[in-house]
Design a protein around this ligand. Structure first.
Ligand code: ZN
Length: 293
């Protein structure tokens, strides 16, 4: 009997000794981290790009003292240290920044809770007699944005279709980061999505780029890609703003919100490339009209 107790206490001692290295002292208690669950992912699942609509001094003041914030702020001409750009970090990545507001992407709402937000100093649009003019992103700012985004996307394994603009996730309220944002340069550096040109040509299937596209078909493509858009086939202001947001991101030469064949082909090419499971899913039936009395 004594031998039995000795064996039990030896096993117990071994267990305690085995665990001791896995215990985290939290002051009033210990957390044992020796067992890890297989099902888990990062709380950070999206990267959201913005422009500040103001110069650096005003942007810093608003983002540090106002009721909006972002994790990072990239200056127009970042200072260099050892040949590398310096960006402002205003909120720790473990904390929620208040940059997205009411938002939606790929079924997720309120993206503040699940994203990193990058504000880029940029004066935004100006309306002139010749039309709307957008403030460019200079090459050294683009370089800093790319370095920062590459690092974030790698650390949190953020997939290409989840690197988005504020206008993508809140198209009814926002136009930032605007049509001059360097989405293609980011893609070339390995960040975010971009359609393959050959697929776009194939999806055009002989249609002229400016030929009209079916409204409902385009709505359904963008809904599958991630946008909050109706699939009722009605080209109202809400739908136009979603089409314009998509065009600003992927076809900035014309972001009028008009549904054309090139926009339609780009949307299909993106689905084929990044979301093949959804790419050929057909639209749900339209609700049948009520019989008139
Ligand atoms: Zn924004």
């Amino acid at each position: 009997m004594r031998a039995f107790f000795l064996a039990v206490s030896l096993v117990f001692a071994a267990l305690v000794a085995g665990c001791a290295g896995q215990l985290i002292d939290r002051g009033a208690y210990f957390a044992d981290v020796s067992q890890r669950a297989a099902s888990a992912d990062s709380r950070i699942r999206f990267l959201v790009m913005h422009y500040t609509d103001g110069d650096e001094a005003r942007s810093l003041a608003e983002l540090t003292r106002g009721d909006v914030s972002a994790h990072y702020l990239v200056p127009v001409h970042p200072l260099l240290r050892d040949g590398r750009p310096v960006v402002w970090q205003l909120v720790p990545e473990s904390q929620r920044a208040w940059h997205a507001g009411q938002s939606f992407w790929q079924g997720t709402t309120e993206l503040n809770a699940a994203s990193i937000g990058i504000e880029n100093v940029n004066l935004g649009p100006r309306d002139t007699p010749q039309g709307r003019v957008w403030d460019p992103y200079p090459p050294d700012q683009q370089d800093a944005i790319i370095r920062l985004a590459k690092d974030i996307v790698a650390r949190y394994a953020i997939p290409p279709t989840r690197v988005v603009g504020h206008s993508d996730i809140a198209p009814q309220r926002k136009t930032d980061p605007g049509p001059l944002f360097p989405w293609k340069a980011l893609y070339d550096a390995g960040v975010g999505a971009w359609p393959d040109e050959a697929t776009v040509t194939a999806e055009l299937a002989g249609r002229a780029p400016d030929a009209p596209a079916d409204v409902r078909a385009l709505q359904w493509k963008l809904a599958r890609y991630g946008y909050d858009v109706a699939t009722d086939g009605v080209l109202d202001e809400r739908t136009r703003r979603v089409f314009a947001a998509f065009q600003m991101h992927f076809r900035p030469r014309d972001y009028s919100g008009t549904p054309d064949a090139q926009t339609d082909a780009i949307a299909q090419a993106l689905l084929d490339k990044y979301l093949p499971g959804l790419a050929r899913e057909s639209a749900p039936p339209l609700p049948s009209p009520r019989p008139s009395p």
